[in-house]
Design a binder for this molecule. Structure first.
Ligand code: GLU
Length: 433
């Protein structure tokens, strides 16, 4: 039988990474098995499921490359079918009507849980059981005539021919009810796979309070969709070896529900940042240039045409696009800012200006100013002066860039060019003397 999985979010405007992780696992499993991945928008809460909320959801899926194989099913269009099924359950004796709490506000329809122990095999968690004494009848149609989540969710999974329900383990309690509904409706029970909770460093459910929790937050911060996809795929799944940065095809090939973990998955934002750096490093240079140009132009920096050498230097050390502006603006303007702390610590010290003057003299004599020549001149000076790298490199770097750290100094100086480097050293000495 062909696998059919689905993502069944209730749109609220913000898409939590936990929901998206469920979507990714469903997508990976469908692609791995050559099946279909479907979308069902559980939009019965009309106040929250606004057109904006739905389009935020679709944008997030698009950004992560989660393509769906059939038209999405909108749950709100299925109310008649849900109510008809409730009537059937009533007629068959699986449900009854009751004026809950005797409020006189009308009757709701209540599903009769079978008086037996509930048991199902979860693809990830193993055998899950609940004693008959712990199960309770539950409302499937409210007194105002609207169907409840459990009924709608199950009926729509039947309608969409879902074979594997892959979702967060906060739904395990619901699943006992859902299994009973499938049986009462005479429908085949799909396989269930409940994904472990996503937790913070303290072991609590990961939420907005722990930092970015919504897909849009990560996009805004400049994370790549590929990075977030890869990172979320590893929250609760591992390929069984120590691979972490994987292509989509590698993930599809390796993905198995049996290799998903049942214990909670901890978010490590530093790892996400590291991974983004790996994806940026692997970008085509032209794509990185475009990203860098966008960043710089948003920061009001006029880059000009000839910036490729700068971008080449930056690509391997950029983890987030937002770093590019502050780290490279000095290449494009003489009017850069000095990091005051760095100036105080490294520049305003006995003998530093003399060191800078000497190095300027040496640079002055160089006939070519390529990387190898500059690098050799710096090394020779460090050796002959006996000053050590720590006394030579930081002052030069601060003099030409205002910053204490950055890419290797020799290529930075080469890109700036001899005249510019000499002018900046002179200007720095003058300004701080
Ligand atoms: N709309 C539900 C949710 O977002 C659906 C859960 C599911 O069955 O996947 O939690």
């Amino acid at each position: 039988m062909m696998t059919r999985t689905r993502f069944a979010p209730s749109p609220t405007g913000n898409v939590h990474i936990g929901n998206m992780r469920a979507a990714i696992f469903n997508w990976l499993y469908a692609r791995h098995t050559g099946g279909k991945f479907l979308l069902r928008v559980e939009d019965t809460d009309r106040e929250r499921s606004t057109p904006e909320a739905i389009s935020a959801l679709l944008d997030a899926m698009d950004w992560l490359g989660l393509d769906v194989d059939e038209e999405p099913l909108y749950q709100s269009t299925r109310m008649d079918a849900h109510l008809a099924a409730a009537e059937q359950l009533l007629a068959a004796g699986h449900a009854y009507k009751e004026d809950k709490g005797g409020t006189g506000q009308g009757e709701c329809i209540i599903f009769k849980m079978p008086q037996e122990d509930m048991i199902f095999e979860d693809e990830i968690k193993g055998t899950l059981k609940k004693a008959a004494a712990d199960t309770q009848d539950f409302v499937i149609v409210r007194s105002n005539g609207t169907p409840v989540f459990h009924l709608a969710n199950v009926l729509d999974d039947i309608e969409q021919g879902i074979t594997h329900v892959i979702r967060g383990d906060d739904h395990i309690e619901n699943t006992y009810r859902h299994v009973a509904l499938y049986k009462a409706l005479g429908a085949p029970v799909p396989k269930f796979a409940h994904l472990p909770m996503i937790i913070n460093a303290q072991g609590k459910p990961y939420s907005k309070r722990d930092g970015d929790a919504f897909v849009g937050d990560f996009k805004e911060k400049g994370f790549l969709g590929e990075t977030l996809f890869n990172y979320l795929a590893l929250l609760g799944w591992s390929p069984g070896d120590d691979r972490e940065v994987m292509t989509r095809d590698e993930m599809i090939a390796a993905f198995e529900l049996t290799s998903c973990k049942s214990s909670p998955a901890q978010v490590d934002l530093r790892k996400l940042v590291w991974m983004n750096g790996e994806y940026i490093r692997a970008m085509k240079p032209a794509a990185f240039s475009e990203m860098a140009r966008n960043e710089l132009s948003a920061a009001g920096v006029d880059v000009g045409a000839d910036a490729d050498a700068v971008f080449e230097l930056m690509q391997s050390r950029t983890k987030l696009p937002s770093e590019i502006g502050p780290a490279t603006a000095f290449f494009f303007t003489d009017d850069f800012e000095y990091d005051q702390k760095a100036v105080e610590k490294k520049l305003l010290k006995e003998g530093v200006f003399q060191t800078l003057e000497k190095i300027a003299e040496i640079f002055q004599t160089l006939e070519t100013f390529d990387e190898a020549t500059v690098d050799k001149a710096l090394h020779d000076f460090v050796e002959q002066s006996g000053l050590g790298f720590g006394a030579v490199m930081p002052p030069i770097r601060i003099a030409v860039s205002g910053q204490q750290s950055g890419p290797d100094l020799a290529p930075v100086l080469t890109i700036l060019g001899k005249d510019n480097v000499l002018a900046r050293i002179a200007k720095t000495i003058e300004r701080f003397s």
